[in-house]
Structures are given as C-alpha cells and as structure tokens.
Design a protein around this ligand. Structure first.
Ligand SMILES: O=C(O)C1=C[C@@H](OP(=O)(O)O)[C@@H](O)[C@H](O)C1
Ligand SMILES: C=C(OP(=O)(O)O)C(=O)O
Length: 466
C-alpha cells in the first residue's frame, strides 16, 4: 500500500479472520422499512410509533426532511430498550429545504410528499445525488398536477411548489432505472385527491421485492392497493384515496446489511447467527439464505434467528440479481474468493446507484488480482489468488462492507473511507471487530475446514496465520 494510505485516517485496515468466525451479530434496523414507515406515519391521520428504527445517515436525513415540512418526530426509548420514534403528523408546509444526501429513498420518496405540502420545498444533496435518475418521479408528479422547477435537468436540485393537495389519477412511469420511482408515488398515493393508477412502461423492473414492501406497508397502514402480483393487471398498481392509520411498527433488522456478516461465515468456514431474522418478510436480503447456500453454506431459521454456517467450500454462482441488486457488492466479494467462476446478471441499474457499482467492483476486485469483466448487465468473476492493496469505495457503503469481506481472507486490504458505511450501518467497523473478537484464534496447524481463508486461494499468509 502507498505511504499516503498508511498514514491517512481515511484508510481502514480490514482485519483478517483469526480463524473460523463464531458469533452472534445484532444487525440494526432496515433502512428501507424505516424510511417507508416515516413517510407513511407523516401521511397518517393520527400519531404513530416507529420502534427500533435504523439511525443512520439515510434515515436521519429522512426524519430531518419531514420535520422541515412540519412533521413532529420525538425520539424516545422503548421500555425494553432500543429507540422508539413517536411521529405526530401535521399539515405539511413550505418553505422548506431538504438535504437528500445520497439517499435514493429520500430523493425519490419525498418530492411526492412535498407536492402535498403548502409552499415550496427545495431539494438539494450530495454531488452524486444530482447524477442519479429522478425523471420518473418528476415527470409523473407533473402529470398528476404538481409544479416542479428542475431547471430542465430531470434531476436534482429542484423545487417542488406544493399546493396543499394534488389531483392524482393515472400516470405512466418508466421505472426500469429504479423501483423507487414506483414506491415513491405509491407511498403518497392515498393522499392524492383521485388516488393513483400507475403503469410501468419501460423494460424490466428492478428490485421488485422493494415494491412489494411498499405495497405491504401501505396495506398495513390501512390503504387499499391493487398490485400486479395479486392477480391485478401486469405492471399496474392502483391506490384508492383515503386516510392512513397511525401504526405501532417495529422495524426488522436490515437483512441486506446482514450480508457481510453471513459472508464472514461462508468465507471463514465458520458460523454467524443474526437474531430477529423474520420468518416472513418482504426484504430482499432474505434471498441471502438461498444465494449463500448455493455458494456453499447452509442455514437454519429458527427462534434464535438465522444461523448460517460455512462448510469450508465457496462455490461460484450464476445468478440474476435484478430483484436483489443491493446485495451485489458482497456477493461479488464472496465470488472473488470462490473456487470457480461466477456470472452475476440483471443488474445494469447498479451503474446508477451510490456509484457505478459494476465499474467500481470490476476495478477494485481487479486491483487485488481478481479477473473481473463487466458485461452489459452484470459481472463475470473468475477468482485468482488475491493480494492486499487499496480498495477504493467511492462513498458507497456497500463497497466498503464488500472490501471488509475480502479482508477476512486477504491480508493487507486497506479500505478507503470506511465511515461511508454510516449511510445505512453506522456501527459497521465496531460490529465487524466485535464479530471477530468473539472468534477464537486458530492455533497453528488447526483446520478450519478448507475455507478460502485457510487454503491459500488468497495469496500470502492465510487469515490469522501470518
Ligand atoms: O426502495 C428501497 O428501499 C430500495 C430500492 C432499491 O432501489 P433500486 O430499485 O433503485 O435499485 C434498492 O437498491 C435500494 O437500496 C433501496
Ligand atoms: C442503492 C442503495 O441505496 P439508495 O436507497 O440510496 O438507492 C443501497 O443501499 O444499496
């Protein structure tokens, strides 16, 4: 690694695994559930509770934005521990300024809310937020009766001139670049005078489980929603206008953020339990049970949560990840440590995430020695012996957690700006080292079951033995 990296606090030395991990990891709440719950609570006709919310950059930005439009959010503590946010809805108003950071949920879910406010709401954010697509929300809102000044860009920054209500009705949206266009409009749909009939008109829709999460949470808040998967019309969602109930909702652990911890079990041939893993959920991270089983582990879902075990082998995978795109960086890291090649497809839209994730993964995995090629809609990963080095993260939380997974097996991986994990998982470095701290070091000569961390696929000394 370069001298600059060695001496800069911006670089984090990813710890190698001392042996097969054996830990229980309490994963903080889901970003996607927390931010939907906040929006729905703000639209409700009565106060509600969001218990065990995720407190991270994306969710604090959401809470601050709603407060700026007049919603009261009181932060209290649950009798049995953890946070409980009391949401007291009020008439939404401007002028207000919203900082979206680089949160897709904030930049997409809130313009429809602002269209219902009384007064102008200005949206600003990180430089990357200005490059991420928003046209689906802007064009649709205009079609539904809103006035928006985006200076002709079809993206941020912009001002929504809320008129206190919105006509609503039928609208066509091309959501092939982000499912969040659909979720954004559905979440505010019950508050539109005519409700909403949204038709997706573009190519294949990504992240469909996230749309199911939106529909499920709307229904639990009392909304009437017809969705394609319930025998409705293909690519059409209908939301009936009506008041929403105040809910008392407890946020599930973020299953997508469980990915690096489950990967640690797979990569080290160890065992990780995630307490509170729901038996039924709309979270896309639930697919990790199947994906990581196909990659060589096995899992057990019970009252204790999910226990995932590595078996000592890591297999490559051919998988269409369109539904679960946000899992890609960690899956790609595991694939780089596998015994054979992987092909990840269906994820062209990842080029428009926090960074161009396909380009970033190809470049950074490549710089550690892996043979990676970008395809039109994914990655082909052919594992090679890896070496340590700098892993750039491009302000992308999931690039940083993916790098940590590689570091378990590859000594000398330096992760740029690990603090970027605060977008959705602020305690990541502490959780990671605690997981490893619980892991008994392996004595010289002990077997860890032939995991990548132990059998020399990672160049240099195997984890914990150098
Ligand atoms: O609605 C949501 O909470 C999300 C939807 C997905 O967005 P895209 O459809 O843009 O991939 C996902 O990647 C993102 O992390 C969260
Ligand atoms: C794509 C992601 O986030 P966002 O909500 O900003 O789109 C993500 O968390 O992987």
């Amino acid at each position: 690694m370069s001298d600059s990296a060695a001496h800069s606090p911006l670089w984090w030395a990813a710890p190698t695994a001392p042996g097969a991990v054996d830990a229980s990891v309490t994963v903080p709440g889901s970003k996607s559930v927390t931010n939907r719950a906040l929006v729905l609570a703000a639209h409700s006709a009565e106060p509600g509770w969001v218990r065990r919310p995720l407190r991270s950059r994306d969710t604090v930005l959401m809470a601050e934005a709603l407060r700026a439009m007049g919603v009261q959010i009181d932060e209290t503590v649950n009798p049995d521990g953890g946070e409980a946010w009391r949401i007291i809805p009020a008439g939404l108003y401007g002028p207000a300024t919203v900082d979206v950071g680089n949160a897709g949920t904030v930049m997409r879910f809130l313009p429809p809310v602002a269209a219902l406010a009384d007064g102008p709401v200005r949206f600003e954010g990180d430089a990357r937020a200005y490059e991420r697509p928003l046209h689906g929300v802007i064009d649709a809102l205009r079609g539904l009766g809103a006035r928006i000044d985006d200076e002709g860009r079809g993206s941020l920054p912009l001002t929504v001139y809320g008129a206190g209500s919105l006509t609503g009705g039928a609208v066509d949206v091309d959501a092939s670049s982000s499912s969040q266009f659909v979720s954004a409009l559905l979440l505010s749909g019950p508050r539109f005078n005519k409700g909403l009939e949204l038709r997706h008109t573009g190519d294949a829709l990504p992240s469909v489980p996230h749309i199911r999460m939106t529909v499920d949470m709307l229904r639990k808040a009392g909304a009437r929603v017809d969705a394609p998967e319930d025998g409705g019309t293909r690519n059409v969602w209908r939301v009936t206008p009506g008041a929403l109930l105040g809910r008392d909702l407890t946020v599930e652990p973020d299953l997508s953020n469980a990915a690096p911890f489950l990967a640690a079990a797979l990569v080290t041939g160890g065992r990780v339990t995630v307490p509170g893993w729901p038996r039924r959920t709309t979270q896309p991270g639930d697919a990790l049970r199947e994906i990581f089983t196909r990659m060589g582990g096995r899992c057990e879902l019970g009252d204790q949560g999910l226990t995932f075990r590595g078996t000592g082998r890591i297999r490559g995978i051919t998988a269409d990840l369109r539904d679960v795109g946000e899992l890609t960086p960690v899956i790609a890291a595991v694939a780089a440590l596998a015994e054979d090649a992987s092909h990840l497809s269906g994820i062209a839209h990842l080029r428009l995430h926090e960074t161009d994730r396909l380009a970033a993964l190809a470049k950074e995995l490549g710089s550690l020695g892996c043979d990676v090629t970008e395809t039109a809609d994914g990655l082909r990963i052919r594992p090679r012996p890896l070496r340590g080095g700098e892993f750039h993260t491009y302000d992308d939380h999931r690039l940083a957690t993916a790098a940590a997974v590689l570091g378990l097996a590859v000594p000398g991986v330096w992760v740029e700006n690990v603090a970027t994990t605060a977008k959705t998982l602020p305690d990541f470095p502490a959780l990671w080292t605690a997981m490893l701290g619980d892991t008994p070091a392996v004595a010289e000569g002990d077997a860890t079951g032939g995991s990548a961390a132990a059998d020399g696929r990672a160049a240099g000394p195997a984890a914990g033995r150098g």
